[in-house]
Design a binder for this molecule. Structure first.
Ligand code: ZN
Length: 298
């Protein structure tokens, strides 16, 4: 039976206006992650935030969060690298991970965005918010990032925003640059965010139609600004995984749920579709992370 890995996208840059359960501090993130682990998650993705919710790249905040997560649960840890300047090099981008590794807190996964694109998002009136904002990820920067992660014994988690970057990722895998099995996210985005596929059956199918037969891989969609639960039958049928949480969307359809309540609802719907849920140990094995081998000192 297919076992679905559930990644909880626990906070991103979300505020608390639409859902008060978005965790910001290390203690809040760890408590939410522990509850998500009990509900069926196997991976946690977080953004370091200050106590008032602002984004930060402070090493101490990263360290406090990862240390608290290690204490609280056995979820695989997937920290963001953002924010970094678009033209920064691989070493600068990976500084938070390098420091965590030096402190004996190496995470299992690190995101690598492959797309170079405009970051078009729309305000509530449907006007472009950022007419000049671009995100640049050259082929060379991506290759060096992946090579550096290999040196750090951290698995690169590809963040795929469109079919061309999926093709680039597959090429990296075929030429031995990218670790196999490839583990990737598929970006689905609401009408307010134009730089990923629409969060519809067709938007997801446009990715899965281009999956190669010759590269071992796992894929996991996330949906910025929309409800991903409705795509679960399609995800399970395609033997995919799921990345979901309050970071992407407040899920007011479920009341004002916590991250764990969203995970629990995903678990219920995945089981209804005839699949099972991967434990953190099973997720480690599937992604190719040795049991406990990624913990401890670098
Ligand atoms: Zn993120």
């Amino acid at each position: 039976m297919h076992k679905v890995m559930i990644e909880v996208r626990i906070n991103e840059l979300a505020g608390r206006k639409d859902n008060k359960h978005v965790p910001w501090t290390a203690a809040e993130i760890a408590a939410a992650a522990r509850d998500c682990a009990s509900a069926g998650a196997s991976i946690v993705h977080f953004h370091p935030r200050t106590a008032d919710g602002a984004m930060t790249r402070d090493d101490n905040v990263y360290r406090d969060i990862v240390a608290a997560l290690r204490q609280a649960c056995d979820l695989l840890i997937h920290p963001t690298l953002l924010p970094y300047p678009s033209d920064s090099d691989a070493d600068f981008r990976l500084e938070p991970i390098t420091r965590l590794a030096a402190d004996g807190l190496r995470p299992e996964l690190t995101p690598v965005v492959l797309a170079t694109t405009n970051l078009d998002s729309l305000d509530e009136a449907g006007r472009f918010r950022n007419e000049e904002m671009t995100f640049i990820n050259t082929t060379g920067t991506t290759r060096r990032t992946v090579e550096r992660l290999r040196e750090l014994s951290v698995v690169p988690y590809a963040d795929v925003w469109n079919v061309p970057t999926l093709r680039q990722l597959v090429t990296f895998a075929r030429t031995g640059v990218w670790t196999r099995p490839v583990y990737m996210m598929f970006a689905l985005m609401s009408e307010a965010h134009l730089f990923g596929h629409p969060g519809t059956a067709a938007g997801l199918r446009a990715y899965t139609d281009f999956l190669p037969d010759d590269v071992p891989l796992h894929w996991s969609p996330y949906f910025v600004g929309g409800n991903l639960l409705s795509l679960i039958p399609q995800i399970v049928a395609g033997r995919g995984h799921i990345s979901i949480g309050l970071g992407d969307y407040p899920y007011r359809e479920l009341g004002e749920p916590s991250n764990a309540e969203i995970v629990a609802e995903a678990v219920r719907q995945i089981r209804k579709c005839g699949a099972d849920i991967a434990t953190p140990a099973e997720a480690r094995a599937a992604i190719g992370i040795p049991a406990h081998g990624m913990r401890g000192a670098a």
